[in-house]
Design a protein around this ligand. Structure first.
Ligand code: NAD
Ligand code: MN
Length: 355
């Protein structure tokens, strides 16, 4: 029996709804397989915690999380707390503090879910976006001078380091190599951004030489939005900067049918620290408390967590249960169904236990 300790941070909005659904599904896997056990500890951090204590998590938050095998995260964001506080107060300190430099975002069109692309059925789109998660445009460097005055200046400095770019390129090439098509697209903006982005391109070419069996190409980020929409089959593994991949992966989620199905993993590939698994979507306060949040992203990221823990069979079982339930049309309103979060969760649990 393998034992895994999981820190659950449901946080804000629909976060608690989709994380508790995910925990129920993981418990069903435990029951079905009999070979693994999870112990969950829930941390009540987030915007309510901020309103009570003035911080999103306690000062020793990272120390409290460090010994866990993985972190299962909901979403942050509240209508009455500025977004930069919720993001920089909880999610980003975990990603940066635990050097989770590879953000991995698989996308595919699930059976029974319609893509807004007219001719794209299941199989038309099967991507993994690798997002640089430790530096670039979100390095947090910048400042404001002459605040509030007409001559006010704000800067937001993107920082690219040779170490940071090389390690994410290696991660992306290795991931591309492990997939059947062995195909990597490197996203760039080196026409306009002629320093850090040109270095990004140079390092891509250097790392490519280490992976002669991977075919790769590069494309400017603006052209990439067109390629994703018009030629989705031409893509497989994709690597992009922190900002570019943030934007492209929301587009990918929408093309796959809904943000409500899109998962993400924040990985420390060197396994010095726990990695963190979360849906891509935010706290979705427009649907909070209605019981209709799509839990599929939360299930899919739980499967990413299982894979990271070395439980590939359990991950495959969970994904196939999700596929079955989607194919049967048991789905929430964001993907054209009428089921509730609970109904989808119960159907996935049933599929797991009956498999
Ligand atoms: P959002 O992802 O919360 O919602 C965008 C739209 O998608 C909404 O209409 C929402 O109802 C829908 N949606 C999202 N997830 C869904 C799900 N599981 N099921 C059904 N529908 C779903 O993005 P937003 O509205 O731009 O932001 C809301 C808050 O979330 C903001 O405070 C923002 O800063 C925060 N946010 C947090 C994260 C994160 O925690 N990682 C990511 C994005 C946004
Ligand atoms: Mn985003």
């Amino acid at each position: 029996m393998k034992n895994y300790s999981i820190a659950a941070i449901p946080a804000d909005g629909i976060g608690p709804e989709v994380i508790s659904a995910g925990i129920d599904v993981l418990k069903a896997l435990e029951k079905r397989l009999g070979t693994l056990r999870f112990s969950f500890q829930t941390f009540e951090w987030g915007s309510d915690y901020y309103k009570a204590h003035g911080v999103m998590m306690p000062e020793d938050g990272l120390a409290q999380l460090k010994a866990f095998d993985a972190i299962y995260f909901g979403a942050v964001g509240a209508p009455d707390v500025p977004d930069h506080i919720t993001l920089w107060g909880l999610r980003l300190p975990i990603c940066q503090g635990f050097d989770q430099y590879a953000n991995v975002r698989p996308t595919r069109i699930l059976p029974g879910i319609e893509s807004p692309l007219r001719h794209a059925g299941p199989g038309a789109l099967d991507w993994v976006i690798v997002r640089e998660n430790s530096e670039g445009e979100y390095s947090g460097n910048g400042g404001r001078a002459h605040r509030g005055l007409p001559e006010e200046v704000g800067t937001e400095v993107a920082i690219f380091t040779r170490v940071g770019v090389t390690r994410i390129m290696r991660y992306a090439f290795r991931l591309a190599q492990s997939r059947p098509r062995k195909l990597l697209t490197v996203v760039t903006k080196s026409n306009a951004q002629r320093h850090g982005m040109v270095m990004w391109d140079e390092i891509a070419a250097e790392v490519a030489a280490e992976f002669p069996d991977v075919s790769w190409d590069k494309i400017l980020v603006d052209a990439m939005t067109v390629r994703m929409t018009l030629h989705p089959q031409s893509l497989d593994t994709i690597v992009a900067t922190n900002l570019h991949a943030d934007i492209l992966s929301d587009l990918a989620g929408a093309l796959a049918g809904s943000l409500g199905v899109a998962p993400t993993a924040n990985i420390d590939p060197e396994r010095r620290f726990p990695s963190m698994f979360e849906p891509i979507h935010g706290s979705a306060f427009d649907i909070t408390g209605k019981g209709i949040a799509n839990p599929v992203a939360s299930f899919w990221t739980a499967a990413q967590m299982l894979e990271h823990l070395g439980e590939a069979d359990a991950a495959a079982l969970l994904l196939s249960a999700v596929d079955q339930v989607c194919a049967a049309g048991i789905k929430t309103p964001d993907v054209g169904g009428s089921a509730t979060t609970r109904q989808v969760t119960d159907a996935v649990i049933h599929a797991i236990l009956e498999s």
